[in-house]
Unconditional design. Structure first.
Length: 137
């Protein structure tokens, strides 16, 4: 991680893969960037985010809202990240069928030890670590 700059596509991909593996989830979703009102120390403007989905298929993308509105940017980042998840499912016909079953299960109670369908990690300036990423029970 030391050689990867945060607020970049490789870093977002690393976060998504790490959170998926640490939580035993089928899918990991991550976001990193500059929510605002100012840019980050790497020169990215406010509204810059890199998003990643990791699972049986992976996707990485960069979003630029062009806005300094921190709250609006955070909402846009999260919405786009969650929209990217089903796009990843549709990329593979076999996964699309499995994803429909997973979405149907999301609203139902899951038994102890059930594998989560996906786990989301995001936030500007966040560093992934075991302590901050443990699920509360």
């Amino acid at each position: 991680m030391a050689n990867i700059r945060s607020a970049s596509e490789p870093y977002a991909a690393l976060l998504a893969r790490t959170v998926r593996e640490r939580h035993g989830a089928s899918w990991g979703v991550a976001e990193t960037g500059a929510a605002g009102p100012s840019g980050n120390r790497y020169g990215d403007a406010a509204g810059h985010a890199c998003l990643a989905v990791d699972g049986p298929t992976s996707r990485v993308l960069t979003l630029a809202t062009g806005s300094a509105d921190r709250r609006g940017n955070m909402q846009a980042f999260a919405q786009r990240a969650l929209e990217t998840l089903p796009q990843s499912w549709r990329a593979d016909p076999g996964l699309a069928k499995s994803a429909r079953r997973s979405r149907a299960r999301l609203g139902r109670h899951r038994g102890a030890g059930a594998k989560p369908a996906f786990f989301l990690w995001g936030g500007s300036g966040c560093q992934p670590n075991t302590a901050s990423m443990k699920r509360s029970r």
